[in-house]
Design a protein around this ligand. Structure first.
Ligand code: PFF
Length: 467
């Protein structure tokens, strides 16, 4: 139970709990922007278009929307509630809130593993983005020719030293920010720059949509062909919904642990979901009309962003300047997301083993350099090495998004619906009765207890060909 004085400390930005003081987000806006900072990232700008292109367009987007609403949003609210109640890292939150001797902390542990796997490939893609900032600044990427752009991207990713170097630069950069601490580091970076990215994306959309032949791209985005929707495609869409909202692995538990007591959780999570969706759709509108207008390969996957964006800017006044800003803002969005991923193991190591933030961060990033290297080399030295038919890069992505996050989300829902129970949910979502939102509470509880877990289970079993 929170005492009144603890509640007051939260409101002033700090919580004293047990043996150590925890940072709390200083303002409501800080909570929203930091949570958004975690959600908005390469998932919107790189992964969403890549997967939409590979999985047939509109029908995939519709399935993805359903998954976001019925799975991503309820799991996000659940994680926020749990984190705020326990005010601990993900593993210790689950351990504290679970009945004695029930191993729910395993959810947090699986989340730690997912965090590692995601960071291992995410840091590589972020490395490509960082490299493109410099390539753009040297004026070497502006071309509308598919072959030129594909060769330019290929030259970067197939050079093992460049791939490793850019990944290390990203890891060092993220480490430096994390060591500055939660409220100072995260809030400061994300608060100012997300709106700028939003504005620039709109400008790219306008150019892309006004290219000759853009209509095919719009059809691709809005004319669904459901024959393409198979079990694995639905699983991919659901995995993307988890990945996009940063849920299923304890990130949002950790962020919830920094929430203020009077933060309106349903409103915050809904706003984050809507803003995140908007950025993804904008990225789609920026990319697909140009793909068709300029004759690129819609199913290019990981290279799509890096081939198309320079092409759109090449056909835009001031493009040589704005393309630099675009990749810079993308790098910053990726940074917000990476900070939240690395925060999961760092929070655990500091609280469980009482390591200093510095030591925990260094340890995590050192390990990531090791685990990440095979992902970085998946397009060069290790391109022929496959495990379960996948390169390390693809395997990390598949195992985290399509298995660990959904399984984590499934158990979080089961915990909330069947163990924690209605009374706790009611208190958490209504801020101990301060909010008048009984309808939302009842709807949420039914969804999280029955609908979400059933959906996740069915999609998992079907997508993994177990059913
Ligand atoms: N949501 C981020 C993105 O879409 O780029 C990626 C991410 C961040 C996934 C944090 C998971 C996570 F815990």
């Amino acid at each position: 139970m929170e005492t009144a004085s603890e509640g007051q400390k939260v409101a002033t930005g700090e919580v004293a709990r047990g043996f150590r003081k925890r940072d709390a987000f200083a303002t409501g806006l800080g909570v929203l922007t930091a949570t958004l900072g975690s959600a908005v990232g390469l998932g919107n700008i790189w992964k969403f278009p890549a997967m939409t292109g590979q999985n047939g367009g509109a029908a995939f987007i519709i399935v993805y929307l359903f998954c976001t609403l019925l799975v991503g949003l309820p799991v996000m609210m659940s994680e926020h509630m749990l984190g705020r109640r326990a005010r601990k890292d993900a593993i210790n939150t689950m351990r504290d809130l679970a009945p004695r001797r029930q191993p729910w902390w395993l959810i947090g542990a699986a989340g730690g593993l997912a965090a590692f796997l995601i960071m291992a490939f995410y840091s590589e893609v972020a490395g490509w983005v960082f490299a493109y900032v410099f390539k753009a600044a040297s004026g070497s990427i502006l071309s509308t020719d598919p072959a030129t752009n594909s060769a330019s991207f290929g030259a970067l990713v197939s050079d093992p030293w460049q791939a490793l170097l850019w990944q290390w630069i990203v890891l060092i950069w993220v480490g430096a920010i994390i060591m500055m601490g939660v409220s100072k580091g995260i809030e400061r970076v994300t608060k100012k720059l997300l709106p700028l990215l939003f504005v620039l994306l709109i400008a790219v959309c306008v150019r892309s949509l006004t290219l000759d032949g853009a209509g095919e791209g719009i059809k691709f985005l809005f004319n669904p062909d459901f024959s393409k929707v198979t079990g694995p495609v639905v699983l991919a869409a659901m995995g993307l919904a988890f990945f996009k909202l940063s849920v299923g692995m304890g990130t949002m538990i950790t962020y919830g642990s920094y929430f203020k007591e009077d933060q309106n959780i349903p409103a915050t999570a809904t706003k984050v979901m809507l803003a995140d969706l908007t950025v993804s759709i904008l990225a789609g509108l920026a990319i697909f009309p140009a793909v068709f207008a300029l004759g690129f390969d819609v199913a290019a996957g990981p290279s799509l962003l890096f081939e198309i964006i320079p092409a759109v800017f090449a056909s835009m006044p001031g493009g040589d300047f704005f393309v630099i800003i675009f990749f810079l803002l993308t790098a910053i969005a990726a940074t917000g997301a990476m900070i939240s991923i690395v925060e999961v193991p760092v929070a655990f190591l500091t609280e469980q083993f009482r390591l200093s933030r510095q030591t925990a961060t260094l340890l995590t990033l050192g390990l990531l350099a090791l685990v990440g290297a095979p992902a970085a080399l998946s397009f060069s030295e290790l391109s022929e090495t496959s495990i379960f038919g996948k390169t390390f890069f693809d395997l990390y992505d598949y195992a985290s998004s399509n298995i660990l996050l959904p399984v984590g989300g499934l158990f979080i829902c089961i915990f909330i619906g069947w163990v924690w129970g209605f009374d706790n949910v009611k208190r958490a979502l209504s801020n101990d009765g301060a909010l008048n939102n009984q309808g939302i509470v009842a709807l949420f509880f039914t969804v999280v207890k029955y609908i979400t877990p059933l959906l996740v289970l069915l999609v998992l079993l079907d997508g993994l060909n177990i059913l």
